[in-house]
Design a protein around this ligand. Structure first.
Ligand code: HEC
Length: 137
């Protein structure tokens, strides 16, 4: 009899731990940048930390993004600034996903026609800005 009670207790404990593992990722997903799916957040930037890619991304930003987001990423009109805590906290994959998807209803175009390497270069540029800020502090 006693053994049975213990077995039940262990079963409940294992179940509880298992559920915790199941709840945690979905809670993390809720706080993702612009509701990016978890699969997007996990994408790795092939150019992470590359100064060459950041320079290429800066040029692309000037061509494609600056007219709305401002030459200094300061934001203009409805287009928000991109040198912000929200953007700095976002993972490279989340930024890549949002840039690719856009938000047409509020005026952010989708950049899925831009070759993937160029989208990653822009992400690298945005992240290099975040790193400069941290280094300056
Ligand atoms: C035609 C104007 C326009 C252009 C061009 C444009 N954007 Fe946007 N972007 C917007 C607007 C408007 C929003 C706000 C959308 C919203 O909040 O729903 C936005 C939002 C964003 C956000 C989300 C910021 C946040 O804090 O939520 C990112 C990141 C972004 N744009 C990156 C880019 C990049 C990178 C480019 C160039 C490849 C670009 N945008 C080009 C108008 C533009």
């Amino acid at each position: 009899m006693r053994i049975r009670v213990h077995a039940r207790f262990y079963f409940a404990a294992i179940l509880a731990v298992g559920m915790l593992g199941w709840i945690t990722p979905s809670a993390a997903q809720q706080s993702s940048f612009r509701n990016a799916p978890a699969s997007a957040a996990e994408m790795k930037n092939p150019y992470a930390g590359s100064a060459t890619a950041a320079t290429a991304g800066k040029k692309l930003y000037a061509q494609d993004c600056a007219q709305c987001h401002g030459n200094n990423l300061q934001g203009m009109g409805p287009a928000p600034g991109l040198d912000t805590p929200a953007v700095h906290k976002a993972t490279a994959g989340e930024l890549f996903w949002f840039i690719s998807t856009g938000k047409l209803t509020s005026g952010m175009p989708s950049w899925s026609n831009l070759p993937r390497p160029q989208r990653w270069q822009i992400v690298t540029f945005l992240e290099s800005r975040a790193n400069q800020k941290t280094a300056a502090k």
